[in-house]
Ligand binder design. Sequence first.
Ligand code: F6R
Length: 260
Amino acid sequence: MEVFVYKQYEEMSKTAAEEVADVLNAKPNAVLGMATGSTPLGVYLELVRMHQRGEIDFSHVTTFNLDEYVGLPITHAQSYHRFMHENFFRHVNIPPQNIHIPSGTTTNYRAFCDWYERRIVDCGGIDLQIVGIGSDGHIAFNEPGSSLRSRTRLKTLAKQTIDDNARFFDRPEDVPIYAITMGVGTIMEARQILMLANGVKKADAVAAAVEGPVTAMITASALQMHPNTKAFLDEAAASKLKMREYYDWIQFHKPGAPRV
Ligand code: F6R
């Protein structure tokens, strides 16, 4: 895992958006894996700006989102369908038929999850997957104890995740308890992964994921086994990394590396 630390969230988001743009410039029909939550909002804002300036075209892009709450209609203010539409899809030119988000309202979850997995393969696999990290170390909604080979499935959310996400809902009891999520194994098949984290609340999870042992208790730690993962962090999220100086040294001395 390559670690990049940025002074500000905005700089981190801008550089992450440039990574996405690089993928699209090399492969205009790339398949992108999308995340929701507060962390990637800056990346989406930047990608929209780049699109409006005519710098990137999404007309051949296909997307797969990581997850969706079970039980929320797609029009619900906190559904991930709505989040993606409001914050990204309605501002860019991805053909609607190329957009995939897990269904939180299907009548047959097992069949839907199998279909989602097949659909990713049929579209050629994910070229670049964006992931955030939960304060319990999850990627997507792969909560502690999730198999590191797990596939898309229905998952019970951890109490910590429900508490973390209660900030988006009117009442804590409105937070759904279940989600459909890509598995760790599904995410690990992406050709490139960008893990984003900002804020001190993520510092422990980031340190465990980047420098701790690979363990199902911190599913983001599985990314250590991925051959092409970059962690983009702001200073606060990086504040508990023991090897911080080493990462800066590596990036500074790497030929052609971005100067962070
Ligand atoms: C969202 C997702 C989650 C979030 C994580 C961090 O699609 O898969 O794993 O990335 O919970 O959420 P934020 O960014 O809101 O702190």
